[in-house]
Ligand binder design. Structure first.
Ligand SMILES: [Zn+2]
Ligand SMILES: [Zn+2]
Length: 257
């Protein structure tokens, strides 16, 4: 099993996971053309994909998903609430095969076992995912206001984690965003700050962890070095062991052995 990211952050998120000969995108917040271009950087083309799993309706996750799925005959896996929100926003859904999923029930896409889990976030019916091949598993957590016992249970024992480190609390507080936006981002239905991410990581069962990657970093309210230091502190590891996903590059292939 292996995984990589095409982009991570408020201007677009897209992760690719591969297991048992199957590849899926987790979210597609880039334009179809940019998605195809960045797949090329990883040695893939759209025809190599089986499906897109969508976590929630925010544009940085679903922006290009339906157009890309329509162009390449990919199935979109999505909760009913997210689909309704996408439809209400006026996105063209015609001709895109969709599979409605339950936010607490696992399903298979070819060789990939997908285990969605519900999260508190200001969206209609958001989920995040643990993706596996039966032996190894990758937990992905972005866009969550605060950790819940359910989330901790789902992410415990994973072999790799991609974990939201959205903002540094002081940078958000002292920065130039309007007050309503600061409250939204820092609130219980917003995004995880570096310390919350580190706290979550510190409470997980993590004996199997081979990769930890900070993701969905704010370009205004965070610095890569702060996110990396927070996660390294939680693990007691060297800072350079912690990976970071970036807006422009995502991150390259990571193998699970
Ligand atoms: Zn997001
Ligand atoms: Zn979101």
């Amino acid at each position: 099993m292996r995984f990589a990211s095409l982009a991570s952050g408020s201007r677009g998120n897209c992760l690719v996971a591969e297991a048992g000969g199957t590849r899926v995108l987790l979210d597609c917040g880039l334009s179809p053309r940019e998605t195809a271009r960045r797949l090329g950087r990883l040695g893939l083309e759209p025809a190599d994909l089986a499906a897109i799993l969508v976590t929630h309706e925010h544009d940085d996750h679903v922006g290009g998903a339906f157009a890309f799925a329509a162009a390449h005959a990919l199935t979109v896996y999505i909760t009913r609430g997210t689909l309704e929100a996408v439809a209400a926003a006026g996105k063209a859904l015609d001709g895109v095969p969709t599979e409605l999923i339950d936010g607490r029930t696992g399903f298979a896409v070819g060789g990939i076992e997908a285990r969605p889990f519900t999260v508190p976030h200001d969206a209609r019916e958001p989920v995040q995912y643990v993706l596996g091949d039966g032996a190894r598993s990758l937990g992905v957590l972005t866009d969550i206001g605060a950790p819940t016992p359910h989330v901790l249970e789902m992410l415990s024992g994973c072999d790799a984690l991609v974990l939201e480190c959205n903002h540094d609390r002081a940078m958000l507080r002292d920065g130039g965003y309007p007050r309503w936006l600061k409250e939204r981002i820092g609130g219980s239905l917003g995004h995880l700050d570096n310390d919350q991410a580190a706290g979550l990581l510190g409470t997980l069962e993590r004996a199997r962890l081979q990769h930890v990657i900070g993701a969905h970093l704010s370009q205004q309210n965070n610095r890569p070095a702060l996110a990396r230091a927070a996660l390294a502190r939680a693990l007691g590891c060297a800072e350079d062991w912690i990976g970071l996903a970036t807006q422009d590059e995502g991150f390259g292939w990571r193998e699970l052995r």
